[in-house]
Structure formats: structure tokens, C-alpha cells
Design a protein around this ligand. Sequence first.
Ligand SMILES: Nc1ncnc2c1ncn2[C@@H]1O[C@H](COP(=O)(O)OP(=O)(O)OP(=O)(O)O)[C@@H](O)[C@H]1O
Ligand SMILES: [Mg+2]
Length: 257
Amino acid sequence: MRILAFYSFKGGVGKTGAAVNVAAEAAADGLPTLLWDMDPQAASSWILGHDGGLEAGARKLFTGRTPIGREIMRTPWESLDLLPAARGYRHLDALLAEQTEKPEKVLGDLLRPLSERYALVIIDCPPSYSRLAEALFRVTDLFAVPLVPSPLSARVWHELQEHFRKKELPRKRLLPFLSLVDRRRRMHRDLLASKPPAFQRQLDAWIPSASVAERMAETRAPVRAYAPRSPVAGAYKRLWRELEQRLTEVSQRNRLS
Ligand SMILES: Nc1ncnc2c1ncn2[C@@H]1O[C@H](COP(=O)(O)OP(=O)(O)OP(=O)(O)O)[C@@H](O)[C@H]1O
Ligand SMILES: [Mg+2]
């Protein structure tokens, strides 16, 4: 089982859009896939059809009183399951701090039984630096980081790299990709064309800003379900293909080491 997180401490950069659509692409390939929505805003839970609260879910789940399998629901899409966010996820940091075990051990223990059912777990992260993010940095195979073309995104990327360096985390797990790209804007076109060296390991795939993608929250479906031939559906597919390749490389490296 591989674990892929969509992460940035910056909000509104396309993490949820990419997480939902990449998960749908992986599932469409027949890969048993679980999307774990860790953001209490619950946007990906909503898109994939979850309506309700799960108020008590977080504490019981993170203290091991509810088996993780009980919180998982099926989605209308074959091979794609959802572990919806609970409102209690707002307090995950406090919950993790209360445990005697290290946060990464708590998360690792939670994730382990999922390998019996899933080949891929995709995590939609909340936009923050937190104890949760810190633990995720240690248990996740790859971090896909959406960067919206702007002078700020170079800073976001630099800060993330610095954070990984200081904490001695493997920086090669961070993979940036351009997100919400608007080709009518000069800076966006320039960044697409130049692949600045500052964004090491930038993926070739990039996600255009497209109104058809904004309809996800209304239609409550990944783009491939309602606009399969749209350019943005193609972009998410290319993103999945590239991430799949990188995940395979991680598996090969792990086998050799
Ligand atoms: N490819 C896209 N084209 C146009 N709009 C998009 C696209 N992807 C997402 N959006 C819209 O942009 C907004 C932010 O996207 P999204 O929710 O995916 O970002 P996020 O990084 O997960 O945000 P948050 O940090 O709040 O969780 C949403 O309103 C969403 O509908
Ligand atoms: Mg989000």
C-alpha cells in the first residue's frame, strides 16, 4: 500500500480538487483506493457524497476505540472508498498531543490495517503546519504540493523545503506541481514555460484553472464523471500517471534498501 498526501500550508491552492480527481483516476485504473479526508472543512467528503457529521468519530478513531474500517464508506465510484472528515478533526492536534505514543506512531498504527484492503491511500490535508502535518511527513510516501503561479508560491516552496531540511525529513518526497494555472495571465504562461530551478522535482503535469472543475462541489463528483473529455480531466489523469510512476519508484527503492 502506498500513501500519497496532497499538502500545502497555504489554503485554496487546489489540494482537494487534485486529491479527489487523482483518487478517482487511480480507482478508474482498478486500484483499490481510499481517500482519507483529514480536513475538518470536509470538502472532499462532500464531493464524494458524504453528508453527515461523524461528530464523535475523531476521538474514538484516534484513540483506537473504533476500528478504522468502521468509519470507511463506499462511494458511487467503483474501487474508490472514503474515510470522511469528522468535525472533531479540528482538534486533532490536541488529540495527538494527549497520546502517550508519538503522533507518527499513532498515524502509522491507524494506517497499517488499511493495507489489507487498499493499494493506495490518498490524504487530503488541511492547510496548516501542525502536529498532524509533522506526523504525516513521517508516514507518507509522497507529498504532492500544488503551487499556484505567483511570487508567493516560490516562498511557500522554499519554506517547505527548509522545514524538511531542519527536521531531517526526506525532501525528495516533496513533489510540486503547478495548480490553478490561468494561461491568459503572463506570469502563469512564463512559469509554465520556464520550469524554474527553484521548484526542484516539479512534475510535468499541471492543472489548469477551469470553470468545469469548480462544478465538482455542485455535481458532487470528480471531473471525469461529468466532463471526461474536458482539458482539466485530462490534466488530472496526467497528474495521476506521473504520481503513479513516482510511487512505483518509491516501491522499487524500498525493495532495494
Ligand atoms: N482546476 C480548478 N479550476 C478552477 N477552480 C478550481 C480547480 N480546482 C479547485 N478549484 C476551486 O478553487 C477553490 C480551491 O480549491 P480546493 O478546495 O481544491 O483548494 P484547497 O487547497 O484544498 O483549499 P483548502 O486549503 O481550503 O482546503 C475551490 O473553490 C475549488 O472549487
Ligand atoms: Mg482542501
